[in-house]
Design a protein. Structure first.
Length: 410
């Protein structure tokens, strides 16, 4: 994947030299880029999540990707894991080769408009050449993903119609949707932890809305299950458009369109014990892993779930029942607010936030693999505990951001 032979030496030097500028003003450039691109190509509003634009996560994620590419332009193979992670999202959202020239044109224009005189013709020319190489890498990786997805048994390209076979309330804010193919066809296998993209055509909305939801049950069933949290608005942000639509308006028997499963956060083959740590609705991909582990019964598992309170905690009864029936399953719940009734439940064991001391007391003595998912502050806190406090090697920790990636080390 090395591109040294493709890019001119002057291009490599110029792109690497501009990395400090991107580090300082990257989010400013990418925020302007998205605004500019949507003005020029409003049809792309059918694809991009506008909430992530408003709160700045999408521009920040793009800025981090561009910065990583700039720093590693002479050996792009070092960022291949990041490329693949983004390519999974692109495939799930149906990003195609024809979108890349639009992105390139507007990204270069945004760099020039934000940086002014610092964006000389030489700088823009170097970045144009570099962007072409970077885009080709993404297009190539995504092409392989599209072909592999369609070729697998039960696989498909684009969106496929599914019927809501069952709708189940899991907590005050989380509801599960059991989806079966409307055509009655087979479903592809997927890796526990992966997600699908739901297309929502909402009455009164100018554009389609695409959202990615983790599959919350194990593979091999005749349905897909997603467990969706109804997102409450805060500050200037309204309630979640798609999650509210699914909760309030989508009924059993309705149809929705989804893409085939994607994602690089999933259960890796190993014989080591597994530790699953969830925050809130972050339990959804971990529940898929948990159910697969329970079916296979070849690895011990510790499932640590945190939530604000019992009424906001999904699937507690189910997880408790599995733990009761299987001695190799260990389950522990932690709530911000614990009631008198909660204190009678042997699985609700801590009030307040998860901390290193409590976490250490639950972990196995032998080496284990760790998977964690939840809100960004939760991810950063757990990552710090595992890496800094408990000295767990990086290669045995796995996590996923819901939405655009952020800096885990902040």
């Amino acid at each position: 994947m090395s591109q040294n032979s493709v890019l001119h030496e002057n291009t490599l030097e110029t792109v690497k030299a501009t990395a400090p500028i991107l580090e300082a003003r990257g989010s400013e450039i990418t925020s302007h880029f998205y605004k500019r691109m949507f003005e020029q190509h409003p049809e792309l509003l059918h694809i991009f999540n506008q909430t992530n634009q408003k709160i700045g996560r999408q521009p920040e994620a793009l800025a981090n990707t561009v910065l990583a590419a700039a720093k590693n332009i002479d050996q792009l193979e070092t960022i291949l894991p990041v490329v693949k992670q983004i390519a999974h999202k692109h495939r799930s959202l149906q990003i195609k080769p024809e979108h890349y020239p639009i992105v390139g044109e507007n990204l270069l224009a945004a760099m020039k408009e934000v940086l002014g005189d610092a964006a000389t013709d030489d700088v823009i020319s170097a970045w144009e050449e570099a962007y072409g190489v970077i885009a080709d890498v993404f297009i190539s990786v995504e092409k392989d993903m599209y072909e592999a997805t369609e070729a697998q048994t039960g696989g498909w390209d684009g969106f496929r119609s599914f019927t809501v076979a069952k709708k189940k309330v899991e907590s005050d804010v989380i509801t599960s949707f059991y989806l079966r193919p409307t055509d009655g066809g087979t479903l592809p296998m997927f890796e526990p932890g992966q997600y699908i993209t739901v297309k929502a055509d909402i009455p009164g909305e100018d554009y389609l809305h695409l959202r990615q939801y983790s599959l919350s049950d194990s593979p091999g069933n005749d349905y897909f299950r997603i467990s969706v949290k109804r997102e409450e608005g805060e500050g200037e942000l309204p309630d979640g458009i798609v999650s509210t639509f699914l909760h309030r308006h989508v009924k059993e028997g309705d149809t929705i369109e989804v893409t085939a499963p994607a994602g690089d956060f999933y259960l890796q083959p190993s014989k080591r014990p597994v530790v699953l740590i969830s925050g809130g609705v972050g339990l959804t991909p971990l529940m898929s892993m948990f159910n697969k582990l329970v079916e296979d019964q070849n690895r011990s598992v510790i499932f640590i779930q945190t939530a604000q309170s019992r009424n906001l905690h999904a699937m507690h009864e189910y997880t408790s029942k599995v733990a009761d029936e299987n001695e190799w399953v260990s389950y522990h719940a932690c709530y911000d607010n614990v009631t008198i009734t909660d204190k009678q439940d042997p699985y609700i064991q801590k009030e307040g936030r998860i901390d290193t001391e409590w976490l250490r007391s639950l972990l196995p003595e032998e080496e284990a693999d760790y998977y964690f998912c939840g809100p960004v502050p939760f991810l950063r806190a757990v990552h710090h505990m595992l890496k800094q406090d408990l000295q767990i090697p990086e290669e045995r920790t796995h996590f996923e951001f819901f939405g655009p990636a952020a800096d885990i080390e902040k």
